[in-house]
Design a protein around this ligand. Structure first.
Ligand code: PAF
Length: 284
């Protein structure tokens, strides 16, 4: 696996792979790679002939400067993981390479409606930062398919909407969430948890499952289910941000008639803000 730091080198490598007729798969990341990222790489190498990953801690998507400062930077270990899993090329640009005219002067991409509410409310500007950097990376790489984790459900919805609205000619593939044994969704932010908090953090998945079971058994008062689940998280020491039931394709608040639902949660535990979600399919 080769690591390149400039857009010119990235594009030269991809041009050569494309000239050999290879299908290009792209996995954008912010590094600190764990098994959840690795299955994105696995899926990309299953579906494509040449896998490009990027590691860029994108300052535009951090609304909290301390959060940006402490985000784990683990390049050597990340390169090793990627090498082990058949990644062909790693793009590791600097902030200047990505935003040569400064972050304030950068043209931004904003995806309305689907970016609003949920994490969009608690992290103002976050999804504009995500859409902007992902759109720049897409233009640089011009992949045939791009791979994202379903754990960041709203992010995936924002990216799918952007790709559709801007008529970008490739597939966006959502890959199921990778979980620890207690159900905790894998995330770079789990590194902020103590061992005891990690055990406790499995409660998010547990309350999401409880909501799913109740909905599958006919419960229709989604707001009440969410209030009860939040109370339960509070008793376990969490500060819940939101728990909501939404229509899975539009992310609009779910109605009684919707059959494809997603229950989404965000909660703070210790130093970590954790997010997770579960799909509920009532059409079966
Ligand atoms: O999910 C992430 O790691 C980031 O939000 C992404 C998609 C790489 C954009 O910076």
């Amino acid at each position: 696996m080769k690591t390149v730091e400039t857009i010119a080198e990235l594009q030269a490598e991809i041009r050569a792979a494309r000239a050999e007729g290879k299908r290009i798969g792209f996995v954008p990341t912010m590094g600190n790679l764990h098994e959840g990222h690795m299955i994105l790489v696995d899926q990309a190498s299953e579906e494509c002939d040449y896998v490009v990953a990027s590691i860029f801690i994108n300052p535009l998507q951090f609304n909290d400067i301390d959060d940006l400062g402490r985000y784990p930077r683990t390049l050597a270990a990340d390169q090793e993981h990627l090498r082990d899993r058949d990644c062909d090329l790693l793009f590791f640009p600097s902030v200047d390479e990505m935003y040569p005219h400064g972050q304030e002067a950068q043209t931004t991409v904003s995806v309305p409606v689907v970016s609003e509410g949920l994490c969009g409310d608690s992290r103002p500007g976050h999804f504009d930062g995500v859409a902007t950097v992902v759109s720049k990376l897409f233009h640089m790489v011009q992949p045939d398919a791009a791979f994202f984790g379903e754990k960041d459900f709203q992010q995936l919805a924002v990216i799918r909407k952007m790709v559709g609205d801007l008529n970008l000619p490739f597939d966006v593939v959502g890959v199921p969430t990778c979980r620890e044994e207690n159900g905790l969704a894998m995330s770079s932010r789990n590194n902020y948890l103590t061992a005891e908090e990690k055990d406790n953090a499995g409660n998010i998945y547990r309350v999401l499952n409880e909501i799913r079971n109740k909905i599958e058994n006919g419960a229709k008062d989604f707001a009440e289910l969410c209030v009860l689940a939040k109370q339960e998280l509070v008793t376990h020491g969490f500060q819940p941000d939101y728990i909501e039931v939404r229509e899975a394709n539009t992310l609009k608040p779910a109605t009684e008639d919707d059959t494809d639902l997603v229950v989404l949660a965000a909660a703070i535990l210790g130093k970590a803000r954790l997010i997770d979600n579960l799909r509920v399919n009532l059409s079966k």
